[in-house]
Design a protein around this ligand. Structure first.
Ligand code: ADP
Ligand code: MG
Length: 361
């Protein structure tokens, strides 16, 4: 029997189109007959699209602006014989735990991190706190809450000056694809950069900007995760910004990254530590900075739903390490089902305990 898997894609974020590309790649490469893919799109208006029309969107024969008024995934999934869901929606409402919570309520196993890890991984403030608790190396940063900024701007500017050296990187805590990220080279430009970050979130981070190589590692597994070889991103612009990621397409991926053996080992070890620090599951991509000159390494961020087209960093890293794309897809689905079984059996054991206690009383 094939594993019947809903491929969930689209979503309301800036990464809607990227998600379609990731999903299209997965639908084409998922090994048959072991995996049966049922596509379901979340349209730009936030509504679900029926599997028939979703398949047309994947084939580029339909638009994904509006959902179907008369389609309810919840009702449909009840007796559609679904074994697993593969959510491939990046950013808000897809990668931040909300969608994962919805799938939990529906009782459907799914690929990737659960609610808590997704939420922590999406919020760069909470993410850094989890990393700091695990003693991972981080660049210095100052967190700014919009309300505090409105009331005590001078104090916050001074705090940034005292804590950090120019240039700074200012970013919204919840973001992705470099949206709202600014490199600040003079204190005169700091306020505008913070205001810009607040267009996207009520919390902004100001970080020490470092001159660094950008190294990424793919992690795969549940309780005993493994790390791929590291890869390097060589941005065509001043930093790896939105245009660079999706418009210019001149970014270069170097796989594996050219690094001495000890550094490679250190990146792999820290990637697994970062994965565990937020309690991730299934897969995640961990992004690092390797400071030029000093040769020091810092964890930048973790992405719990990394770009997943056949030419994206995550699948390419596994291909270079040991797993080809079709097998990787299958493995992720197996891991999702495995995690759901472990959780279900724990819930059963908890229920049995309650029954035992009630028996005593
Ligand atoms: N502290 C920093 N020092 C140097 N470059 C940075 C720093 N923070 C971000 N950048 C640059 O900005 C890009 C996007 O920032 P990042 O924190 O990864 O946000 P996103 O979640 O949008 O990818 C990075 O890939 C890097 O090129
Ligand atoms: Mg990034």
């Amino acid at each position: 029997m094939p594993i019947r898997t809903i491929l969930l894609f689209g979503g309301r974020s800036a990464e809607h189109e990227v998600s379609i590309l990731s999903a299209r790649s997965v639908a084409n490469a998922a090994p048959k007959p072991s995996i049966e893919i049922v596509p379901v799109c979340i349209a730009k208006d936030g509504r679900f699209v029926s599997p028939e029309r979703s398949a047309r969107i994947l084939n580029d024969n339909d638009k994904s602006d509006r959902g179907d008024d008369d389609y309810s995934m919840e009702l449909w999934a009840r007796d559609a014989g679904i074994d697993c869901v593969f959510p491939l929606i990046h950013g808000t409402d897809g990668e931040d735990g909300t969608l994962q919570g919805y799938l939990e309520i529906l009782g459907l196993p799914y690929v990737g991190s659960g609610v808590t890890a997704s939420a922590i991984g999406m919020d760069k403030g909470h993410m850094k706190h989890a990393f700091a608790a695990a003693k991972l190396p981080l660049v210095d940063f100052v967190q700014v809450q919009e309300n505090d900024w409105r009331n005590e701007r001078e104090r916050i500017m001074r705090a940034v000056n005292n804590a950090l050296r120019l240039p700074y990187f200012v970013k919204p805590a919840n973001g992705g694809s470099s949206v709202g990220v600014t490199k600040v080279k003079s204190d005169d430009d700091l306020a505008a950069a913070i205001e810009k970050a607040f267009r996207f979130d009520e919390k902004a981070l100001v970080e020490r900007g470092i001159d660094a190589r950008e190294i990424e590692v793919a992690v795969l597994g549940n309780d005993d995760p493994k790390a791929s070889l590291p890869g390097e991103i060589i941005a065509a612009r001043e930093f790896y910004d939105y245009e660079d990621k999706y418009v210019d397409d001149k970014t270069q991926l170097v796989i594996p990254a050219k690094l001495p053996k000890e550094k490679t080992d250190e990146f792999r070890r820290l990637a697994i530590a970062a994965f565990k620090a937020i309690g991730a599951a299934g897969y995640a991509r961990v992004d690092f900075f390797l400071e030029r000159g000093k040769n020091r390494l810092y964890v930048n961020e973790i992405n719990t739903i990394p770009g997943f087209t056949n030419i994206s960093m995550y699948p390419k890293l596994w291909e270079a390490t040991e797993l080809k794309y079709p097998r990787l897809i299958e493995r992720l689905i197996e891991l999702g089902i495995e995690r759901s079984r472990t959780r279900a059996s724990r819930q059963e054991s908890a229920m049995t305990w309650f029954d035992e206690v009630k028996g005593i009383v």
